[in-house]
Design a binder for this molecule. Sequence first.
Ligand SMILES: [Zn+2]
Length: 250
Amino acid sequence: MKRVYFWSAKIQKRDLLLAILAIAIITVSIVCRVAAYENTVASAVSWKVANRVIVIDPGHGGMDPGAVGKAGTLEKDVVLEVAHKLKRLLSDAGAIVILTRESDSDLSGKAAGSAYEKKRRDLANRVAIANKNKADIYVSLHLNSFPSARWTGAQTFYQHGSAKAKLLAECVQAEIIKLLKNTDRQPLAENFYTTRQTAMPAVTVELGFLSNPREEQLLRQADYQDKMAVAIFSGIAKYFAEADNMGRKK
Ligand SMILES: [Zn+2]
């Protein structure tokens, strides 16, 4: 009896291991299939950006560094890097992309004036670029900074009262949540000068908090910037797909 008992215990143990293995294989295959499906969905709609005029506005520049992290990271540098990466992705998919600044410069012009007047001119010129080019969407890039170091996570803001800007913000934020996996922040309505004055759906993506040391380190990394650019690109593509559907339903 004892031997039979050992034999059946062995069988049970083997069955259990096989069952665990089977569950693991099934789980991995489901996860892979879902990921592949989502990638297919993202690439299936990426052509939706073709021929769209997209203005990307990396905040600050030149004399104006924007927020400054404890490790010395400048907001103006990070947003410019991400803007260039985003431009490449969108251009490769056929979009007509205009950056409000291509390098470390501001848009206040040569005329004299107080710091306030220069800032005002800088922002007005960013708006003018979007409006003159009749952009389909305007995407402003900034970094957040708070006195407390505890806050983290990218967040997309949209112009209050614009249904299309809200949709764009929802699409971008959903992709940020999905791809970066480090925030559950939701899109928020706001009333910034640039998104208010631009004549098209306009959003501001705050890519993260420079005031959080861990997030500051992430924001400096090229691969994190790549991921951020992919998330925004994917959100923009999904926005155009959904906005077109909205138009058809109306
Ligand atoms: Zn800023």
